[in-house]
Each structure stands twice: as C-alpha cells, then as structure tokens.
Write a protein that binds this ligand. Sequence first.
Ligand code: GSH
Length: 156
Amino acid sequence: MELQGSIIIVLCIFLYISYTCPFAQRTWIARNYKGLQDKIKLVPISVQDRLAWYKEKVYSANKVPALEHNGKVLDPAKKEYGEQLLTHVDTFTKDVFTSFKGDPVKEADPAFDYLENALQKFDDGPFFLGQFSLVDIAYIPFVERFQIYFHELSET
Ligand SMILES: N[C@@H](CCC(=O)N[C@@H](CS)C(=O)NCC(=O)O)C(=O)O
C-alpha cells in the first residue's frame, strides 16, 4: 500500500464505562445499537477503584460514563446543561418581548438574571458552556438586539 503523501486520519473515540453503572450502560447500549463498536472503543473502569489519571485526564467529576473524542472529553454535565439552556431559549425571548409592553427594565430583569447565572456555571471560557457552542448561537442573535433596545431605552 502506497502511503507516502497521504494523510491518515485516525479517529480515536473511547467510551469510559463501569459494568455496574446504569448511566454508563445506557451509552453502551446506544453505541451498540448504532453499530459503532468498531469506532467507539469501550474502556471499562471500576467505580470502586478509580485510578487518579481518570479524574485528572478524563473527567474531572470522576464519574462514568465519559466519551473521549480525539483526546477531548465530552462532558456530560455540559451536555445536560446545554440541553436545559436550549429548552429555555423560547421562554427567555418571550419573557423579554412581553416585558416591552410594560416596564421592560423591571420586568425583563429575571430573564437576564437567568442568563447571568448560566454564564457563571463553567469557568473554562467566556461562553455558556465555557467553550463556544450551539447554546451561544441560540441566544446571541436575540441578546444583541435586546442590548440595543435597552441601551436606547436607557438614553431616553
Ligand atoms: N449522569 C450523571 C451520573 C453518572 C453517575 O452518577 N455515575 C456513577 C456510577 S453509576 C459514578 O460515576 N459515580 C461516582 C461518583 O459519584 O463518585 C453524570 O454523568 O454526571
């Protein structure tokens, strides 16, 4: 086989599980159901006897399951919180638009407090989930327009 000049891309995806963990078993079933046994390698670990490298290098919450994709760990806590924030986006925009009919500065306050609070949750970057994600894309087109509206309101 002639490999010279070719680019070989090796995908390394590892699913860390514990055989006794029901949360991990869900992901294991999903991987098998999707026929991804060759692409996602199982790494069974013992929850009772976790090694220090797991917490340090893989998942700081020190729980299973965890999915590592090319050296990057997909954090289940971020996934869950991201889904929560995506579910909330319509409530946020509705609450702010509704506040325009009354006293916007006062009535929109809780809606923005929710976002302020969400932005404190992960500290590995300035975005909702730390690093840039779909959640930022969902919110920012509205937030930047609301910012202009409230800025103009504060000038009148
Ligand atoms: N969905 C949750 C729960 C996972 C979970 O609680 N796994 C248990 C095993 S079934 C675990 O790793 N426990 C270890 C610990 O809490 O220290 C997560 O991924 O954060």
